[in-house]
Write a protein that binds this ligand. Structure first.
Ligand SMILES: CC(C)(COP(=O)(O)OP(=O)(O)OC[C@H]1O[C@@H](n2cnc3c(N)ncnc32)[C@H](O)[C@@H]1OP(=O)(O)O)[C@@H](O)C(=O)NCCC(=O)NCCS
Length: 210
């Protein structure tokens, strides 16, 4: 999706930035991990295929993705952006007849960043972006039945079980965005600032001093 190609979202612990070609090598390294392949139900790709995938996430109108950066680290201009990457988050508009239905995917790829509230913060930020900028009215998350952490996180965010597919060993959790969900979401993300990505890149220290 082009809509977020110059969007930076600043949260408490993270900044979300558009997925661009500079991020691909680190992303490709992450996805060599058998654990991450299993938890995210992904097939390993060659570096070339990963670049193609990045382009498709940027160009296709049904996909929106952000890379998750450690905010504190990124504010240090001496650190390469690639070294601040901790994960990614995606929205995929799965139903061509109804663009208000979105599948949500999140990955905190760096194990040392898990269990610190980052997954929850990023998911809420992406949901808010989906609701306010893309008009999403229903979120779905497809999660491996063994992935208890992810299931627990989405349930904590009020997602409910919609179906279980025994063949793929996966559960689909859903959340319909009614007025009360929308209000809560806006409340939970009231701190989030939207900035111009390219401009902020040239003055990263602003993030910790503002
Ligand atoms: C699943 C994932 C996104 C969760 O993000 P996280 O940053 O580790 O989780 P958070 O610290 O934000 O915790 C959010 C909730 O998850 C649950 N959770 C987190 N760690 C947990 C653990 N070790 N055991 C059980 N539940 C846990 C809790 O419900 C927690 O809410 P609480 O802290 O209010 O109780 C992250 O662990 C991850 O990316 N894992 C690898 C890839 C993956 O599984 N992606 C999801 C594919 S569907």
């Amino acid at each position: 999706m082009k809509i977020n190609e110059n969007t930076l979202l600043e949260g408490h612990k993270v900044v979300l930035v558009p997925y661009n070609a500079d991020h691909v090598p680190r992303y490709h390294e992450w996805m060599k991990s058998p654990e991450l392949q299993q938890l995210t139900a992904s097939e390993p790709l060659t570096l070339e295929q990963e670049y193609d995938m990045q382009r498709s996430w940027r160009e296709d109108s049904d996909k929106c993705t952000f890379i998750v950066l450690d905010k504190q680290r990124w504010a240090d201009t001496g650190v390469e952006e690639e070294q601040c990457m901790v994960g990614d988050v995606n929205i995929f508009l799965t139903d061509p007849t109804d663009p208000s239905v979105a599948e949500l995917e999140i990955m905190i790829a760096e194990p040392s960043y898990r269990g610190k509230g980052i997954g929850k913060e990023v998911t809420l930020m992406m949901m808010c972006y989906g609701v306010t900028k893309l008009g999403v009215k229903k979120f779905q998350a497809k999660i491996g039945l063994d992935n208890q952490v992810s299931i627990a996180m989405f349930k904590k965010l009020q997602f409910q079980e919609a179906s279980v597919c025994k063949v793929f060993k996966e559960v689909t959790l859903e959340l319909t965005v009614d007025e009360s969900v929308r209000t809560r979401l806006l409340d939970d993300t009231a701190n989030v600032k939207e900035r111009d990505y390219r401009q902020t890149c040239s003055n990263r220290q602003e993030l910790v001093s503002s």
